[in-house]
Ligand binder design. Structure first.
Ligand SMILES: Nc1ncnc2c1ncn2[C@@H]1O[C@H](COP(=O)(O)OP(=O)(O)OP(=O)(O)O)[C@@H](O)[C@H]1O
Length: 745
């Protein structure tokens, strides 16, 4: 791609967004997450807070929430970076009981809590804390909780009146995430119920930079809301467009990063890509470009070492420093502690950070020192096909998302946003994103609503009601899982499913393990499925070695038994001590005393081309699921030690029983069989639900297996140019009738 610098220059008529007031705080002293209060410049942080646009509105905001006898809903619309998420909830603290602020994403909830704790002179978990799936960092003294929307929804299942809270803030409402949308209805219901019972009023605040005020006026009623619009932003962000459409946005991304790096002033770069694959590819190409650049002009880029950050496995998705440039990936599947590395200061000798992120960095997060944003204008989002199957596909973003992305610059200094599309293309983007409720499978939501006692989901107060077809499909799925009875009431089994923080299908897989006596094994499989890809395949000369090493884990039966083999091998051959129990230091101590020649966790992972992060995350999730399953409070009371041992059939039947709705049979194409290539990796399968034609994904161990399995179940569908299945395990067709007679009988 030829992307001339001139093409990216701002045209005179494009005036950058103006700051309401010039601020002259230097960014060197910006405090970082997790920095102890004693070492931070508290006075400077307080001055920063006073300089935020929302500060002048604090009295009005507090009064709107506090002196609000009619209990109206407050809508706050203010620019990105103006202080909504960090300041407004905290303004309420002296005047109210417990406050919860929801975020669509966990990284935002965690980093906001850390930042606000720092601003208030405490540590996360004290007065300010967070709650995200599999991680509760709150205590009895916590008054301000940042939580993912999913976590608050889960709390509402146990406490529909949300009695623990005085004020609920729903942040980033413009995103219309499924859980936030449902929460709006749930909190609305809780408010009415509390009023009817003459209990303390529950205050509700909706916040966003790009709030569709009309939509919410319609929902709550014009007279029931107070709108506070706060103008101005802290620092200006100049937006630049390409002169003509780019042909290949990956190429354009790389060229733009290199262009910024070589021609623009110091400042960190945040790049929005669609997923892990793209991030890893750009990271690899960037490392090459930086190394080559260094060969050509050593004097231009200081620092000449390729180094890895401490404790981080050197894989293509790891943080790495090349010639003084730190390359940091940020995507949802990265374990939380890896995600947080992005927010840390650059290592010594490093003068620029380049963050390669998915849309998890799009809202609510402040990555200090970001001056440049590169926006591909794309994201990956879930979409239900007409057959009811859910896929992940790449789509254009909305104008609201583009505004959020550019808002990640200009938070601690003036910024520049490079949009890799034309201005005309921008005007053609939809103003707001299509609410997630219209795009995704609703089975989990229907299960949650039923768990909250809402018998008929059609009667729920939806901001945007889902399509009847979507609801019908969700109810059918839950009925097929026997979570609902003939009258569509939640069964006891359904209650158990609703208590698991898992997709209903994975929850079902886990609960089926009690029937097939393989709970120990299935806990591991479900934990691995909730983590990320375990096996790491490098894109370089080590690829063949990795394939050979992986062979020892490979099970002829497919991906699930292979996951189990990897996890069990790690448990037997590696020494791992979780951070809470002493981490690396404790591991090294055990290792010194160990006579069995086990390897340290990271060494084992490196040697076996296994992602250390995915294993640690799977380990954490497994621990928590195990606790939940065995506790009587959850109503599950499962013996988590029951194992099928070497009885592979029990294990495979359980996989079939858990995923019977995701089964596919092999379709032998005549032309392929005619050419004698029966069973080649080109083999296609047809799903039993929806009769979709699918292929095995190349990352599955089943890809290209000879002979190919006749019947499989799968954990995931991926749609690119064709539809692929991943997490593929071989089953027998006759098992389907045995394990799900009411469906296949
Ligand atoms: N971790 C951090 N490090 C440094 N400064 C921060 C940090 N978090 C927040 N800030 C400062 O506080 C400002 C306000 O952040 P806040 O997240 O409250 O804004 P916001 O209005 O909620 O933005 P958005 O709509 O993008 O979520 C930022 O612009 C930045 O100047």
């Amino acid at each position: 791609m030829s992307m001339e610098k001139e093409a990216m220059r701002p045209s005179p008529e494009r005036t950058p967004i103006q700051s309401s007031k010039k601020r002259k705080l230097t960014n060197e002293k910006q405090s970082r997450h997790y920095k102890d209060e004693s070492t931070s410049d508290h006075a400077e942080i307080q001055e920063l807070r006073r300089n935020l646009p929302v500060y002048g509105f604090r009295k009005r905001l507090v009064e709107s929430i506090n002196a609000n006898p009619e209990n109206k809903v407050l809508l706050v619309a203010a620019e990105t970076g103006s202080g909504k998420s960090t300041q407004i909830p905290a303004y309420m603290l002296p005047y109210t009981g417990r406050v919860v602020v929801t975020q669509p994403r966990r990284v935002a909830a965690v980093t906001l809590a850390s930042r606000v704790a720092l601003e208030h002179g405490c540590k996360a978990g004290q007065r300010v804390g967070y709650r995200v799936r599999f991680d509760d960092c709150t205590s009895t003294e916590t008054q301000l909780i940042y939580a993912t929307d999913g976590m608050l929804l889960r709390e509402a299942m146990a406490d529909p009146l949300l009695q623990a809270y005085s004020v609920v803030f729903l942040d980033e409402c413009h995103e219309r995430s499924l859980q936030t949308d449902i929460l709006i209805g749930v909190v609305h219901g809780a408010r009415k119920a509390r009023k009817a019972k003459q209990m303390e009023a529950l205050q509700l605040v909706l916040m966003s930079a790009t709030l569709e005020i009309n939509k919410f006026q319609e929902f709550f009623g014009h007279d029931n809301i107070i709108v506070v619009e706060i103008p101005g932003r802290q620092y200006p962000v100049q937006t630049l467009y390409t002169k003509s459409p780019v042909e290949d946005y990956m190429e354009a991304t790389l060229a733009t990063i290199v262009q910024i790096h070589t021609h623009e002033l110091p400042g960190d770069i945040l790049v929005f890509l669609t997923g892990q694959d793209e991030i890893e590819n750009i990271a690899r190409l960037l490392r090459q470009a930086l190394q080559e650049g260094n060969e050509q002009s050593k004097q231009q880029w200081t620092g000449d070492q390729v180094q890895s950050l401490r404790d981080v496995q050197n894989t293509s998705s790891s943080h790495s420093v090349v010639n003084g440039v730190s390359i940091c990936p940020l995507f949802a599947a990265l374990p939380p502690e890896q995600q947080l590395l992005v927010f840390e200061e650059k290592p010594p000798g490093c003068f620029r950070k380049i963050v390669l992120a998915t849309n998890i960095a799009e809202t609510s997060v402040t990555i200090p020192d970001i001056k440049y944003v590169v926006d591909t204008g794309k994201h990956k989002c879930r979409q239900v096909l007409s057959t009811g199957m859910e896929t992940l596909q790449i789509h254009d973003i909305s104008q609201a998302q583009a505004a959020q992305r550019s808002g990640r610059a200009g938070r601690v200094q003036a910024g520049l946003c490079f949009r890799l599309f034309t201005e005309e293309a921008f005007t053609k983007l939809p103003e707001a994103s299509l609410p997630e409720i219209l795009r995704v499978s609703l089975s989990q939501v229907v299960l949650q609503l039923k768990g909250m006692g809402i018998e008929d989901p059609r009667e729920f107060d939806f901001v945007t009601p889902p399509e009847t077809d979507g609801l019908r499909r969700a109810v059918e799925l839950l009925y097929a899982l026997q979570a609902l009875d003939e009258k569509l009431k939640l069964t006891d089994y359904g209650k158990k499913l609703a208590n698991l923080p898992l997709d209903p299908m994975y929850g079902h897989l886990l609960l089926q393990s009690t029937v097939y006596s393989c709970t120990r094994e299935m806990l591991t499989v479900v934990a691995v499925l909730s983590s990320d890809h375990l096996l790491f395949r490098p894109n370089n000369e080590l690829a063949a070695k990795a394939v050979a090493v992986h062979r020892r884990f490979a099970s002829h039966e497919g991906d699930f038994p292979t996951y189990l083999n990897v996890y069990n091998a790690w448990q037997n051959e590696a020494i791992y001590v979780p951070a809470a129990a002493g981490g690396i230091k404790a591991q090294t101590k055990v290792w010194r005393r160990d006579s069995t020649k086990r390897l340290l966790h990271l060494d084992w992972c490196r040697q076996n081309f296994v992602s250390s992060r995915s294993l640690v995350r799977a380990y954490d999730i497994r621990q928590q699921l195990e606790q939940l399953c065995s506790s009587s409070r959850s109503g599950l009371n499962i013996d988590t030690t029951i194992s099928c041992g070497k009885d592979q059939i029990k294990f495979l039947k359980c996989v079939a029983a858990g995923l019977f709705l995701q089964a596919a049979g092999r379709q032998v194409s005549p032309e392929i069989s005619g050419s004698g290539r029966v069973g080649s990796s080109h083999g296609k399968y047809v799903t039993t639900m929806g009769k979709e034609s699918v292929s095995i994904h190349p990352t599955s161990l089943m890809f290209g297996r000879q002979p190919p399995p006749s019947w499989v179940v799968y954990s995931e569908l991926i749609a690119t140019k064709r539809i692929y299945i991943r997490g593929v395990t071989q089953i027998k067709e006759e098992w389907l009738k045995e394990v799900a007679p009411s469906f296949y009988g």
